[in-house]
Design a protein around this ligand. Structure first.
Ligand SMILES: [Zn+2]
Length: 323
């Protein structure tokens, strides 16, 4: 178990824990295929929040075989039984990717970015969906990043190296930036994790101080939008709450992978959680906050439209997408 303080300062012990248990989430791209995921129908969805508007923007989906290691601390037959009880396939998992745009007055704030043209063929749809929702890349004034896994940051720059949102200031959690930009840590990382460090450098190297701003989790990043530390999935994994006229929304990023498994069983650890114990504690705490404060929740890997209600169910929670 590592302490908050270790996470914040990125101490040696923390680094060892993370390095030993983590790898890049999209490593399974060459895994056996189960056919094209049925995601053609998903696009964008708009929802009012007080004076603001929230727009869910799907970037696509990745289908991966359901292997025993997907849930690190539960037997495969239990995982399959839970999927089956919700009429979901048991041989594979479809993991969607959905970013959120907050329209607040004249501000256009995008939370996470998808892959742009850097990912698998079933991704990279965010821009088309942004356009379909009535916005242009130039309209985005701010991009906020929850954490530095490739599915969240690759869309900052296209393959050619250009910034996808040319006028946007990019805001990142300081502890996340510190962890991934540490060259010594990259050099000491296992081979399988070096790609993740490389992706971070591809995206963030060469940005001016005007273009890239670091914030401490807990800070307000725009009027009505506050960052919340939820470390564990990665060392600096950060959420964002949005508030307007008494209505509240939380973008929980990767607090859980698909909620059909990890909201129902908040103590289950998806293989991508870099520190499973810290992630579990964050998950319980944030779900409790969402329920107590009657917030709407949106998750990056939630089934489209990717936002809705979180309700207590059994020893965990149920995600109910908006109709
Ligand atoms: Zn993710």
């Amino acid at each position: 178990m590592i302490s908050r303080r270790d996470l914040l300062i990125g101490g040696g012990a923390a680094a060892a824990t993370y390095a030993a248990t983590s790898f890049f989430p999209l490593i399974a791209q060459n895994a056996p295929s189960f056919g094209a995921p049925s995601v053609v129908q998903v696009g964008f969805r708009k929802q009012k929040l007080g004076d603001m508007e929230i727009v869910a923007l799907n970037d696509g989906v990745l289908r991966r075989p359901l292997a025993a290691e997907f849930v690190k601390n539960a037997p495969l037959d239990q995982v399959q039984a839970l999927l089956k009880s919700q009429n979901l396939p048991t041989e594979y998992i479809d993991i969607p990717f959905t970013a959120f745009l907050i329209v607040a007055g004249n501000r256009r704030i995008l939370m996470d970015t998808g892959f742009a043209d850097n990912g698998p063929a079933t991704t990279g749809r965010l821009m088309a969906n942004l356009n379909a929702a009535g916005f242009k890349a130039e309209d985005i004034d701010t991009v906020v990043i929850s954490h530095y896994h490739g599915d969240h940051i690759n869309g900052v720059r296209n393959k050619a190296g250009q910034l996808v949102f040319p006028k946007a200031k990019i805001m990142v959690p300081a502890p996340e930036h510190a962890f991934w930009m540490d060259d010594a840590r990259m050099n000491a990382a296992p081979e399988a994790m070096k790609g993740a460090f490389g992706a971070v450098r591809r995206v963030f190297t060469g940005l001016s101080a005007d273009q890239l701003t670091q914030f401490q989790p807990g800070a307000e990043i725009a009027p009505g939008i506050t960052s919340v530390a939820a470390f564990g999935h990665t060392p600096g994994h950060t959420l964002f709450t949005v508030q307007s006229k008494g209505e509240k929304f939380a973008f929980v990023a990767d607090l859980t992978n698909i909620p059909q498994l990890f909201a129902r069983n908040p103590d289950w650890a998806v293989q991508f959680d870099m520190d499973a114990d810290a992630a579990r504690a964050s998950r319980r705490k944030v779900f409790e906050m969402i329920v107590n404060e009657k917030m709407m929740a949106g998750g990056y890997h939630f089934p489209f439209p990717a936002f809705g209600k979180i309700e207590p169910l059994g020893t965990g929670y149920d995600f109910k997408p908006v109709a």
